[in-house]
Design a protein around this ligand. Structure first.
Ligand code: SAM
Ligand code: SF4
Ligand code: FES
Length: 347
């Protein structure tokens, strides 16, 4: 592809929000016009979702997991992890505090932990809903009836990354799990009326640029409402300890491509991006992102929810993170939203 073609592709993405797989690959591998590419994603972000940044308070309520994903520090075979579970009262307390910081959404995230059965989760969801908060769940694969029960209890959104659309690679990295079942879960989540969040890990061993292009096309085909993309960061206590990991640049490129092709969705500047680059979230907000998920987990639990080394904010308090992230957002001329921040479909 020559220079004029790259600029023409950026313009096509910005104006039509449609690209072929080959065109996506050409833009992902180009290094010469990255600035123009990111600027186009930033314009699309501004035109479709505006300058407001939505903050979602993240509660990491259990680091116990029955799965064994090769990349993740919480995998069940990692015996070095001190496992914890927050009780329902503590979860509710953190949610109440999240509200006091002005957050309009809490994200309940955990490993796949059966200790929280359907009745327990339904109870927690109902109580948090009474606070007037929107709820995002990120608790893994469940049967449709379980998703239905969470939805009936009032949960608004669900995050379940596909991680990679390369089925063989997925099943290699997530032993015992089925890629088809993960897609089935995403379909169930969408059909049940949740806002659907998915996304990918960028830079997992064996992943190609072509497969990243497939990921973005998959997000579009699923009509995802939120996409979280982040670099894979190798964890020394996992089988992928010695792998190279993803880069900040490539993960923001995949994110910017997602903004260009799914212009009206919510896209977080992810924690893993900032863990690789001290300006990572601000840069991501200027390359297509419009959401940040500050941690509202308190005390020692933050250190124990260690997916990868170098995770930011593990020694900071929720109050500190609140003022830190507000300062960063205002520092680039953006403002913190005061609404619940649901997707407003415009595409
Ligand atoms: N257990 C639930 C699940 O897997 O969907 C939710 C929690 S899981 C820790 C959330 C996300 O963390 C995963 O979807 C994965 O993309 C990400 N993650 C895990 N290990 C990681 C690593 N080493 N580097 C970057 N992200 C990682
Ligand atoms: Fe468990 Fe999620 Fe980590 Fe996989 S990514 S080991 S399901 S917490
Ligand atoms: Fe936690 Fe900046 S957001 S220290």
């Amino acid at each position: 592809t020559d220079k004029k073609d790259i600029l023409a592709l950026i313009e096509k993405a910005e104006t039509t929000h449609e690209l072929t797989k080959d065109e996506i690959v050409a833009l992902l591998i180009d290094t010469e016009y990255e600035a123009e590419f990111f600027a186009a994603a930033d314009r699309v972000r501004r035109m479709y979702v505006g300058d407001e940044v939505h903050l979602r308070g993240l509660i990491e309520f259990s680091n116990t997991c029955k799965q064994n994903c090769l990349y993740c520090g919480l995998r069940r075979d990692n015996k070095k992890v001190n496992r914890y579970r927050l009780g329902p009262e503590t979860i509710l307390d953190f949610a109440t505090k999240a509200k006091s910081y002005g957050y309009r959404t809490v994200v309940l995230q955990s490993g796949e932990d059966e200790w929280f059965d359907v009745a327990a989760m339904v109870d927690i969801i109902k109580k948090i809903k009474e606070l007037g908060l929107a709820i995002t769940l990120s608790v893994g694969e469940k049967p449709r009836e379980v998703y239905q029960a969470y939805r009936d209890a009032g949960a608004d959104r669900y995050l379940l990354r596909i991680e990679t659309t390369d089925k063989a690679l997925y099943e290699k990295l997530d032993p015992g799990m089925s890629w088809d079942n993960r897609v089935k879960c995403l379909q169930d989540i969408k059909e049940l009326g949740f806002e659907l969040g998915t996304g990918s890990l960028v830079g997992i061993p064996g992943q190609t640029i072509e497969s990243l292009a497939d990921d973005v096309l998959f997000f579009k085909s699923m009509d995802a409402d939120m996409i979280g993309v982040g670099p894979f960061i190798p964890n020394p206590d996992t089988p992928l300890a010695k792998e190279a990991g993803g880069t900040f640049e490539l993960s923001t490129k995949v994110m910017a491509m997602t903004r260009l092709l799914l212009p009206d969705i919510n896209i977080p500047a992810t924690t893993a991006m900032e863990s690789l680059n001290p300006q990572g979230r601000v840069l991501a907000l200027q390359r297509g992102a419009n959401v940040v998920m500050p941690n509202v987990t308190e005390g020692e639990y933050r250190q124990l929810y260690l997916l990868y080394p170098g995770k930011i904010c593990i020694n900071d308090t929720p109050a500190h993170c609140r003022s830190c992230i507000t300062g960063k957002i205002q520092g680039i001329g953006r403002k913190v939203a005061e609404t619940h921040g649901f997707r407003v479909k415009r595409a």
